[in-house]
Design a protein around this ligand. Structure first.
Ligand code: COA
Length: 179
């Protein structure tokens, strides 16, 4: 996680600041919420204890192909996280991941604003040209937010994951810098 450094990115509703070790209890609480986990490919994983978060963080923080930000409201309340995974400088592409962990903040424009901010960072600062993501086929709120940010549906990945043991189709979406 080298490029996030002390970068602070401002949007209209949110500020993105680099994720730090002190955020781990917050992540454990967000990822421990069944309503949040439902959408995060975590349904088949053990409960997200602080120890599990610590182990994941030790990988993430040393991975130069990732950037990871905490999403804060303009008055400084942390409500979720957003990041780029698998930054590939040769092909100038990466995968986007986002979760608003405070579910009372869903559907209020924060996710869209956070994505617009990180898209600018990815295209203008990191000089990437393609961002992609995969999401559950029934994640209508997410898909709507991604489309508002310019992501286009590219295809269905059949039975891509299990959710509570049941195969689930997922949608791959992407946005290009020229979009
Ligand atoms: C997906 C997520 C990041 C979107 O962020 P958000 O702040 O909730 O989304 P926004 O408010 O910016 O935009 C949501 C849009 O979907 C619409 N929407 C809300 N609930 C909806 C629903 N149940 N069905 C369809 N559309 C819905 C909203 O009206 C809004 O569209 P509009 O601006 O045209 O009215 C956030 O909801 C979240 O973190 N969810 C849980 C975890 C998750 O799904 N992560 C992504 C995994 S790929």
């Amino acid at each position: 996680m080298t490029v996030a450094g002390d970068v602070r990115l401002e949007g209209e509703l949110v500020v993105l600041r680099p994720r730090v070790e002190d955020d781990l209890p917050l992540f454990a609480r967000w990822h421990g919420d069944p309503d949040v986990r439902h959408w995060l490919h975590m349904s088949e994983m053990p409960d997200q204890s602080l120890e599990v978060e610590r182990q994941r963080w030790s990988v993430v923080r040393n991975d130069p192909t990732r950037v990871s930000f905490v999403i804060e409201t303009l008055d400084g309340v942390p409500i979720g996280n957003i990041g780029l995974i698998g930054i590939d400088v040769a092909h100038r592409r990466a995968e986007l991941g986002i979760a608003i962990g405070e579910k009372d903040h869903w559907g209020r424009g924060y996710g869209t604003d956070a994505m617009r901010v990180i898209l600018r960072f990815a295209f203008d600062t990191l000089n990437l040209r393609r961002l992609e993501l995969i999401t559950d086929i029934d994640n209508e709120r997410g898909i709507r937010a991604y489309e508002k940010c310019g992501f286009v549906r590219e295809g269905v990945l059949r039975a891509k994951r299990l959710r509570y043991g049941e195969p689930l189709d997922m949608l791959i979406m992407a946005v290009l810098s020229e979009d």
